[in-house]
Design a binder for this molecule. Structure first.
Ligand SMILES: Cc1cc2nc3c(=O)[nH]c(=O)nc-3n(C[C@H](O)[C@H](O)[C@H](O)COP(=O)(O)OP(=O)(O)OC[C@H]3O[C@@H](n4cnc5c(N)ncnc54)[C@H](O)[C@@H]3O)c2cc1C
Length: 315
């Protein structure tokens, strides 16, 4: 078992580079595990939460070119490795947490909005087609990148357009076909920051929306461990078959690695029972992949994004 976190020795120097030049929140050696669903992982060398779009642009403009940047939302689909993330992590909150009407059936949401809030707003305004956001953890920014979805709907079905900022601070508008969506994936480059997007719903009877949300909640609670330390579905579903079925049928239920275990409720969910490390979780995931591959010949693809540095997983 691997248990060590490291402090980035140049983190204060990196922070000092921005001190007094930006208005947002800066934190050297920020323990990302505090905001991660898995509650694992090392520190970000520097965390930045911009005050607003202009502050973000200013930050990117003065950022040293050789420092890597990662973007995170609610960290519900990401495993942060144990030694942490070198360079800068940008998280959008506050000013990016808003929803407003653009038209009677079109809303604009900031990328920092919790996905659930979109469904609540839609309900209040009799907008159908957006209920699937209700049970998806994390932020809208993460959902846009991952093409998140549930119950037969996904972001690509309702997204009209999105605004992005590149590492030089240039702003772009993209329409859904340009984003290259496919199942739980998009062509959005890792260095493009989504700041907001518009969604189209359809005017629907409020009672119908309530019933739909309740149906989703009931289904969720009975089939998925929503209150555990997890990252949701570990692997994507291969074409025409569910990953959880492959994992169950390959006899993976009893596989463990430290405090990382397979959920009893949903075999495609890995759970941190308490003191698992990111290594434990990744190691367990690789054990599952190997067993499924040995028994079925199918190569499962990670849906959870793994970022940062840590010990290399070798089976
Ligand atoms: C219990 C549980 C249940 C889940 N159920 C579902 C489900 O039903 N359906 C589903 O699709 N997913 C599900 N997930 C996975 C996850 O909640 C979604 O993928 C979610 O939309 C990720 O959002 P996030 O803000 O947490 O993203 P993060 O984990 O923070 O980031 C995910 C990716 O998005 C990128 N990103 C984040 N914000 C931005 C931004 N502003 N601009 C550009 N890139 C950005 C990150 O760089 C990273 O690559 C579940 C997770 C959990 C823990």
């Amino acid at each position: 078992m691997v248990r060590f976190m490291k402090n980035w020795s140049d983190a204060d120097k990196l922070r000092a580079h921005f001190d007094g030049k930006v208005a947002g929140y800066l934190h050297a050696n920020y323990p990302i595990k505090n905001i991660s669903w898995f509650r694992v992982g090392g520190s970000a060398e520097l965390l930045f939460k911009p005050k607003d779009v202009n502050d973000l642009k200013r930050f990117l403009f003065i950022k040293p070119n050789d420092v890597p940047v990662a973007i995170l939302g609610g960290v519900s689909n990401t495993l942060i490795r144990d030694h942490g993330i070198e360079g800068i992590v940008i998280v959008l909150d506050r000013t990016f947490n808003y929803i407003k009407h653009i038209d009677v059936d079109i809303i604009e949401c900031g990328a920092g909005v919790p996905s659930k809030k979109i469904s609540n707003f839609a309900l209040k305004n009799n907008l159908g087609g957006l209920s699937f956001f209700n049970t998806i953890p994390g932020t809208f920014g993460g959902a846009i990148k991952m093409n998140s979805g549930a119950y037969g709907m996904e972001v690509a079905d309702v997204l009209v357009s999105a605004k992005f900022i590149d590492m030089e601070g240039n702003e772009y508008d993209s329409h859904t076909p340009d984003i290259g969506y496919s199942y739980r994936s998009s062509n959005i480059p890792d260095d493009m920051i989504c700041i907001s997007a518009t969604l189209k719903g359809s005017m629907t009877n409020r009672e119908e929306i309530i019933q739909e949300i309740n149906r989703h909640k009931r289904q969720r609670d009975s089939t998925q461990p929503m209150r555990e330390r997890t990252g949701g579905s570990t692997f994507k579903n291969p074409t025409n078959i569910k990953a959880w079925q492959l994992i169950r049928d390959a006899g993976c239920a009893d596989l463990v690695s430290g405090d990382a275990v397979i959920s009893e409720l949903h075999s495609n969910f890995i759970i941190n029972k308490g003191n698992a490390t990111a290594y434990d979780i990744e190691f367990l995931g690789e054990k599952v992949r190997k067993r499924v591959k040995d028994r079925t010949g199918i190569d499962l693809e990670w849906e959870i994004r793994r970022i940062g540095v840590g010990p290399k997983v070798e089976l």
